[in-house]
Ligand binder design. Structure first.
Ligand code: NCD
Ligand code: ZN
Length: 353
């Protein structure tokens, strides 16, 4: 087994960077590993217009630390009232995607779509302009069991959506079930999925190990072991339509360790190391580069990154806490050991654009 692997510099196709002091605290972690990231628009207020997206992009660029280049790829938050004309403006401004949050599905999603029928015109325009649709694929129907919401979303909404807009690139985000993996595997070249490191590494037992563990709570929630196994299979299958998206979602520790704790796992700090752990456990480290650095760019029709990133087999301990504005942040699995670590960049890597 190799004790070091070097891959093309990876991209994170689903990331929450927040804003202000939180942005400044977390951005260096992503920029250290990734060349690009698709940045989620669920700020408060949400990023609904091209103008807001470009202003947010500028705040990210202004907060970037010195070091290798990091390019934020911007998205718009789809609402019931998004105008179809915004899609052309988005394309002209280099905005890659629009994000569909069913209203109430997750953190900061109250401005989301209440009924897909209301956004048909926008989706048609997105299809025409080559803007991808990123989907938080969970129904919000309180009658539906929280562990079934992804599978029911596919049945009730995604199958119809796919049929209505055959030319639209659709990414089913952070898939968590064998149903999601199977749907995407059979979904044709315009359908892709991101998979988080935590859904590859953990099943729902992690939420209740010796007590309730709020730092393992995210949406979509961790599922049964059989689903985790299906996700590992999809990520390591070589299919090309499953790619890396951390869904790293920082919340101050006090808001997660709470009577009504926020959903979201913070994984940007050690993202590549977590993925390496998962791929290593599956005996598939040779597939990590395609998943992390090749397939997502190909799906979006973007060039591959120029630089490289090296991981070495070396045990280290994830810190328990990290600074986060006025509060603190608890990275997922803080205090635990990982067996892969990002190697310090060589001078040649450091001088790459
Ligand atoms: C995300 C957040 O905190 O913004 N939370 C999460 O559990 N993943 C929202 C999301 O992507 O669902
Ligand atoms: Zn997310």
């Amino acid at each position: 087994m190799p004790d070091q692997i070097t891959i093309t510099r990876p991209d994170d196709w689903h990331l929450h960077l927040r804003d202000g002091a939180a942005l400044a605290a977390v951005l260096p972690h992503s920029a250290r590993q990734f060349a690009r990231a698709i940045v989620m628009p669920n700020l408060r207020p949400p990023v609904v217009s091209v103008e807001q997206a470009l202003a947010y992009r500028q705040r990210i660029v202004d907060a970037l630390p010195a070091g290798p280049r990091f390019e934020p790829l911007m998205t718009l938050y789809l609402t019931d009232t998004t105008s179809p004309a915004e899609m052309k403006r988005a394309r002209d401004a280099g905005i890659l995607a629009i994000k569909l949050y069913p209203a109430g599905a997750t953190t900061h999603s109250d401005a989301g779509v209440t009924d897909l029928k209301r956004v048909g015109g926008v989706l048609e325009a997105a299809e025409r302009e080559g803007i991808a649709l990123l989907v938080h694929g969970e129904v919000t129907d309180p009658e539906v069991d929280v562990f079934d919401r992804e599978a029911v979303f596919i049945e009730r909404h995604l199958i119809g959506l796919r049929r209505s807009f055959p030319g639209l690139k659709i990414v089913l985000e952070h898939i968590t079930t064998k149903d999601g993996a199977q749907y995407v595997a059979e979904g044709g070249e315009k359908t892709g999925a991101t998979i988080t490191a935590h859904h590859l590494l953990y099943n729902r037992n992690a939420l209740f190990r010796g007590g309730i563990r709020p730092h393992w709570y995210c949406l979509p929630i961790l599922k049964r072991e059989l689903h985790r196994v299906a996700l590992v299979k999809a990520a390591t299958s070589g299919s090309g339509r499953f790619f890396l998206g951390t869904d790293s979602a920082p919340h101050a520790a006090a808001l997660k360790e709470n009577a009504c704790g926020c959903a979201g796992c913070y994984t940007a700090f050690h993202a590549l190391e977590l993925y390496a752990e998962a791929f290593d456990a599956a005996g598939a480290l040779d597939r990590l580069e395609a998943f992390a650095s090749v397939d997502g760019a190909a799906f979006y029709g973007l060039p591959r990154n120029a630089g490289t990133l090296t991981l070495e087999k070396r045990t280290w301990t994830v810190p328990e806490t990290l600074p986060f504005g006025d509060g603190e942040l608890r990275p997922l699995g803080g205090g635990q050991q990982l067996s892969w670590a990002i190697a310090a960049p060589t001078d040649a890597e450091r001088s790459r654009p």
